[in-house]
Design a protein around this ligand. Sequence first.
Ligand code: WT7
Length: 642
Amino acid sequence: MAEQNLYPPSREFASRAHIQSLDEHRRLCDKARQQPEEFWQELAERELHWFERWTKVFEWNPPFAQWFTGGKLNASYNCLDRHLSGPRKDKPAIVWEGEPGEERIISYAELHRMVCRFANVLKGRGLKAGDRAVIYMPMVPEAAAAMLACARLGVTHSVVFGGFSAEALKARIEDMGAKTVITADGGWRRGKIVELKAAVDEALTELEVRDVIVLRRTGHPVPMQAGRDYWWHELEQSVDDGCPAEPLDSEHPLFVLYTSGTTGKPKGIVHATAGYLLQTTLTMKWVFDLRDEDVFWCTADIGWVTGHSYVVYGPLSAGATVVMYEGAPDFPQFDRWWSIVERRRVSIFYTSPTAIRALLKQGDRWPEAHDLSSLRLLGSVGEPINPAAWEWYYRVIGKGRCPIVDTWWQTETGAILISAMPGAVPLKPGSATLPLPGVEAEVVDLNGNPVPRGEKGFLVIRRPWPSMLRTILNDPRRYEEQYWSRVRDSYFTGDAARQDEDGYFWILGRVDDVINVSGHRLSTMEVESALVRHPAVAEAAVVGKPDEITGQAVCAFVTLKAGRADHDGLAAELRQWVAHEIGSFAKPAEIRFTEALPKTRSGKIMRRLLREIVTSHAVTGDVTTLEDLSVVNRLAAQHDEE
Ligand code: WT7
């Protein structure tokens, strides 16, 4: 191995870790490869509580997989009830801090009661296994409780991130066919109220649902529509504390989570109960090396998959104490997170490179004002972590004592698939290191042939894994096309990668029209469709532009219908428009008005050229199919003038 940039686990860390050596890591990988059924079966027995045992470990009718078929279990039971018979009963499950400063410490027994009561509320409104609910909430304990209450009854939930606009929320409620929406009057972000209920009302102007259940969080007045809107606390007054967990099939759909694809329409990724819960639980040990005394903090919002898997299901199933924080990292000051780490004695901290870069930029004095000695392990997710951010995270936050697990995965994979096991695998800054046991990752060409070590190719997974998505809701064809048709018999991740001489994986970014802004996935087509819905816009092309903090930023090239002169005013209007159509996180950082867009003779916009313009300021490569070369020259020249 190339020694210079290698960080082997310290003896102290390794000696207490779940997986302590590369040999042990290799043995697990070998076993998973050679005897996959035995391997997963033993883990399913050890890690989860079952009402009924499965009859088959694994069935594969490409491209559809099933795991632990015939088995019956309940995710909510696994996250709560099974911890109540031992010392975890009174252990904090959720340690919550509101942005204005309130705190709540909720034990496993208390969370169990909250979840049972809310499950009874849902039951009282007629919900049962097989129904669907949309959750649109701030980061408060009730959001996790709502998810677990749905899971308890077998109601498939779809959590919509609170930063999504009414338009985006509406599309998701519609695609889900949900009859119930669970929301709050609002949530706090940077000292302001996020108007969640108002967005729900706007989303429901042309859409009927049976019930909207509203949590009182901020207390500011919101209109309630009689016969449709109900206060959570009022419905809860008349329910019992007990609600048995429904025994559900292993393959019962636990949740649907929408993510951006290459078209304008988001995909509803469907996850099944058993496989998902097994791998999220397991990775708490394999990747986060969880011990009972740990305080685990994943900073993601529950509206993203990271929040599903590592704020709610994984850590609670593993019996962890989870920190949950409602607001912004820089409110009221840049040390809010470090202050939480200090006060809550956080030992495992998991966040995104964008957040690390943003906090790094504010200087060392913010973390240095706090005692961060409780930390023992750090994690990174969502995008490649650049060396400068890695170094800072390692030295200034981890004080050179804490391994950093760089975890590669996706909404579709359900759980982490490529990451170091921190007691076993030496780290290389910027590399997600090695696939976890049972994950047959490879870097291949489009024919499915492995590319030589060191060369760039497509990252694929050769074999189904338990927490793999099951399908795209209402669109099994798209599921097959997107994931199983590009490279024969392999799951196509949409990422480029290379493997180095030690077999370490280096993720190089998306190969499709998906861009990664602050670790959030955005489809360029989705932003383009939003822009062309604006009356002044004729055409739009969106590309990712490198950004020091957010990794990539949205850059939109726009042609106008009738020449509007006030470009500055219009740019601001269009940015606001995108915020309204999708959410403010999708706002273009830059809008460039142009006379025409570069197109091939068949009329396709040549995004590659636009990407080159925003990244290197120059156009190289093949432009022979360009319809009008002068367009490109003009765009490139315009850039140089700025
Ligand atoms: C895409 C998935 C599930 C994590 C949150 C994002 C990129 C994710 C890494 C990493 C480099 C990463 C990939 C992937 N990505 N983790 N450690 N290193 N890139 O979930 O929105 O489904 O996006 O995020 O490009 O395909 P997502």
